[in-house]
Design a protein around this ligand. Structure first.
Ligand code: NAD
Ligand code: IPM
Ligand code: MN
Length: 368
């Protein structure tokens, strides 16, 4: 049987720095666990723009469609701020999500015990936190038409359209209910049905799917603004949060701070099963290219490494190996390994991106 294949798109800014550590971990699995991947690499974002004049080359898109999973670092940065909108780095990422039809974006927020003091919230509010945000990723205001900047009556008008079909809401809802059944069996769906028709439809469809097939799962609804407040007030009330593309983007950055740092949050973007039964999939940290620290060896690679752990779990049916990697990370954090973003009030000396990779590899060795 051939090896599973991975396409690595490290991207811009800290993307290549954190992905370097993931590559070492992929190598470790080949050497020590006989779990060898065929790894391909290509460009995305500003790096692809510099090489090809587009943020994602058609050949790269075609490769992404063929592999078993894509691992993405981050895209964007100030050097590309003035580019035409159509070729901005972020368009490359959005094209991957849309053309691979990765409609279910799983963004877990787990607070590791060792970091409970590092959250900007009080320890007892976040200790033991384990929530999963399911963000619809291929529709909504990110992709709705009409869109653009037009001139009307001598005035510029910026337009984006929030648009959801029943089918799009239904498949996102099914993903959330299925996940909840494997967790604590609770889904809270967030929209703004009080002011948006798309929110009314969202709530109706979620209720219909629930009544038809998931009545055993506890379902609640919340307006997304209240949801943001509740996430900060009492985040442990949630198990799975189901929400749309834009609210999910914002709520997941908010959830990141519950875990101590944006540098800790992984994600999996999943689509329909391929012929081999694996879902179409891309794994990426929630954070961006962090221009303020790029090139300095300061980035926390854990979000990207945890994204690879999600790949092991969701694409390769290697749940035990994903557990091993997550346990290694938990151990190094418990032992006090901290990149700069994880410096708590008491301060200390941060370790570099590579040093964090070193100690995680040591912990993996120790797990054998
Ligand atoms: P960002 O996530 O890049 O950075 C926000 C803050 O968090 C910065 O202070 C940064 O230093 C810090 N941070 C983020 N990741 C970190 C890590 N791994 N370790 C340590 N600190 C970390 O968000 P931004 O500054 O709003 O955006 C910068 C660029 O990244 C923009 O071009 C944006 O469009 C892009 N972006 C890309 C993605 C992605 O590729 N998935 C996600 C978000 C933002
Ligand atoms: C994310 C990012 C992206 C988004 C950008 C870079 C397109 O913020 O993955 O959270 O808005 O979805
Ligand atoms: Mn975001």
């Amino acid at each position: 049987m051939s090896n599973p294949s991975l396409l690595i798109l490290a991207g811009d800014g800290i993307g290549p720095e954190v992905m370097e550590q993931v590559k070492r971990i992929i190598g470790w699995y080949g050497d020590k666990r006989d779990l060898t991947f065929d790894v391909f690499e290509d460009l995305v974002g500003g790096a692809a723009y510099d090489a090809h004049g587009v943020p994602l080359h058609d050949d790269t898109m075609a490769k992404a469609q063929k592999v078993d999973a894509v691992l993405l670092g981050a895209v964007g940065g100030p050097a590309y701020d003035d580019l035409d909108f159509s070729v901005k780095p972020e368009r490359g990422l959005l094209r991957l999500r849309k053309e691979m039809d990765l409609f279910a974006n799983l963004r877990p927020a787990q607070c590791f015990d060792a970091l409970a003091d590092f959250s900007s919230l009080k320890k007892d509010i976040v200790a033991g936190l384990d929530i999963m945000i399911v963000r619809e990723l291929t529709s909504g205001v990110y992709f709705g038409e009409p869109r653009g900047i037009h001139v009307e009556d001598n005035m510029r008008v910026g337009i984006n359209t929030q648009r959801y079909t029943e089918a799009e809401i239904e498949r996102a809802a099914r993903s959330a209910f299925e996940l909840a059944r494997r967790r604590n069996n609770k889904v809270c769906s967030m929209e703004k049905a009080n002011v948006m028709e798309s929110g009314i439809l969202w709530r109706d469809v979620v209720n219909e799917v629930h009544q038809a097939d998931y009545a055993d799962v506890e379902l609640s609804h919340m307006y997304a603004d209240n949801g943001a407040m509740q996430l900060v007030r009492a985040p442990k009330q949630f198990d799975v949060i189901l929400t749309d593309n834009l609210f999910g983007d914002i709520l997941s950055d908010c959830a990141a701070m519950l875990t101590g740092s944006l540098g800790m949050l992984p994600s999996a973007s999943l689509g329909l099963p391929m012929a081999n039964g694996r879902p179409k999939a891309m794994y990426e940290p929630v954070h961006g290219s962090a221009p303020d620290i790029a090139g300095q060896g300061k980035a926390n690679p854990i979000a990207c490494i945890l994204s690879f752990a999600m790949a092991l779990r969701y694409s390769f049916d290697e749940g035990a190996e994903a557990d091993r990697l997550e346990a290694a990370i938990e151990k190094v954090l418990a032992d006090g390994a901290r990149t700069g973003d994880l410096m708590g009030p008491e301060g200390g000396t941060p370790i570099s991106t590579t040093e964090m990779g070193d100690v995680i590899l040591e912990a993996l060795d120790a797990s054998l």
